[in-house]
Design a protein around this ligand. Structure first.
Ligand code: HEM
Length: 405
């Protein structure tokens, strides 16, 4: 007689059910691990330090810890297995990823998902044709003499009419100034003027609150939190349910969208012909001074991201270093002529300030405003230092290099 499930003894049925459940769990765990590309059982010293957070005992931020590990590594490359991530500070590897085999190292879908709600299809969040098109436009415009002179004029005006008066007033009053806040306002004003031809006036004497700057702050902070979450499933579930930080992010992005739409409307009203700001140039290139609103919105947001915190971070660390190295500040003043010449400063004059350039580069070498630049390896590859990277591995490179040389 054939045995049916009903006719099996009770213990055998339990054992079968338990085996089935165990198989299901193992499969589910496997799927989750493959999905997350994580190996939580890795017990190498890097993964252990990462998982237990013990690295934070000796280092104030992840960049400094990575720089320390990279300095110790003979190849300048390390692996954080639990993150499925390879970090390299080997210049040959970086050149390979960014130039020689560029197409095999796209930004990838994982980042596009993290940042997609905020950046949409903007240059920092796309690969392939969309990236090439925007990159070509951006290089063309940012490299043109007309746009550079326009940007120079805007920066010079913001320095003379706002930055210097704000600092001079504080100095006269003997007041303490939060330089980082001042430089963030300075950078926001200049990037808005250069990018859209509009002035948010954040560095006016009364230090007004900008709704766009604030919404943008919240949105970028919460997107970064998505990246730091233990698993993407967490933020995805919160997003689906529209709760907690994801709800806050949605509201901040809605405000960014609303204000970006106002910027685009205003730009259209003012007209794009003869305007040198980047948005006008993109609008003009999109045809008849117009263009798809979503595409233009994504450009607005990308340039805000590109030019705000990068510039303000570089300026903040520069002034911190200058305050500790007054000799360097004096040499920069001497090179600039220390206000001796009555002629107004020109863009050409700036290009001749070699010592000042060297100081700016050294500042960004010591304190890179962008510490990491991550890509995803599309297909299995071998980096020039012999490191094998499986398809789908996150490969992080970039300015941490500076910290180890
Ligand atoms: C101190 C200031 C700045 C620093 C340190 C900085 C740093 C960087 C870095 C590291 C990248 C490479 C990103 C990648 O490959 O994924 C990049 C790309 C880019 N940056 Fe900047 N940046 C600065 C200022 C600016 C400003 C002011 C603008 C615009 C007005 C700008 C526009 C761009 C653009 C369009 C790209 C190309 C993105 C791509 O090709 O995917 N940056 N920047």
């Amino acid at each position: 007689m054939e045995a049916t499930a009903d006719s099996l003894p009770w213990a055998a049925q339990c054992a079968g059910a338990a085996l089935f459940a165990a198989a299901l769990c193992v499969t589910a765990l496997g799927v989750v691990l493959v999905f997350l590309r994580r190996w939580p059982w890795c017990s190498c010293h890097v993964c252990r330090a990462y998982l237990t957070g013990s690295w934070a005992r000796d280092f104030t931020n992840l960049g400094d810890w990575y720089a320390h590990l990279l300095r110790e590594s003979p190849t300048g490359t390390i692996h954080v297995h639990v993150l499925g991530c390879t970090v390299t500070a080997n210049p040959a590897n970086v050149e390979y990823m960014l130039r020689t085999n560029f197409d095999n190292f796209p930004k990838g879908k994982a980042f596009a998902a993290l940042l997609g709600d905020l950046l949409g299809g903007g240059i920092f969040n796309v690969d392939g044709h969309a990236w090439r098109h925007q990159r070509k436009m951006a290089s063309l415009e940012l490299g043109s003499v007309a746009v550079r002179s326009y940007a120079f004029g805007i920066v010079a005006q913001e320095v003379e009419s706002r930055l210097v008066p704000v600092l001079a007033a504080a100095a006269d009053a003997g007041a303490v100034v939060d330089l980082q806040d001042v430089f963030r306002r300075f950078a926001f004003d200049t990037i808005c003027k250069i990018s859209f031809g509009l002035d948010p006036g954040c560095l006016e004497r009364e230090m007004p609150v900008s709704r766009l700057a604030d919404a943008f702050d919240v949105a970028t902070r919460l997107c970064a939190m998505r990246g730091a979450a233990a698993s993407p499933l967490v933020w995805r579930a919160k997003r689906l349910l529209n709760v907690g930080s994801e709800r806050e992010l949605r509201e901040a992005i809605a405000l960014v969208d609303e204000l970006a739409a106002a910027v685009i409307r205003e730009r259209r009203k003012l007209g794009v012909a003869g305007s040198h700001d980047l948005l006008s140039r993109f609008m003009a290139s999109a045809g008849a001074g117009d263009g798809d609103d979503k595409y233009l919105r994504d450009i607005v947001v990308s340039f805000l991201l590109a030019g705000r915190d990068t510039v303000s971070s570089a300026l903040t660390t520069l002034f911190m270093l200058l305050s500790k190295n007054p000799g360097v500040a004096a040499a920069m003043r001497a090179e600039a002529g220390d206000g001796e010449s009555a002629a107004p400063l020109t863009y050409e004059h700036l290009k001749g300030l070699h010592y000042t350039h060297a100081v700016l580069y050294e500042n960004m070498r010591l304190f890179p405003p962008v510490q990491f630049d991550s890509k995803f390896c599309a297909g299995p590859d071998v980096l020039p230092d012999g490191t094998y990277v499986a398809g789908g591995t996150r490969v992080t490179s970039g300015l941490v290099i500076a910290k180890i040389t």
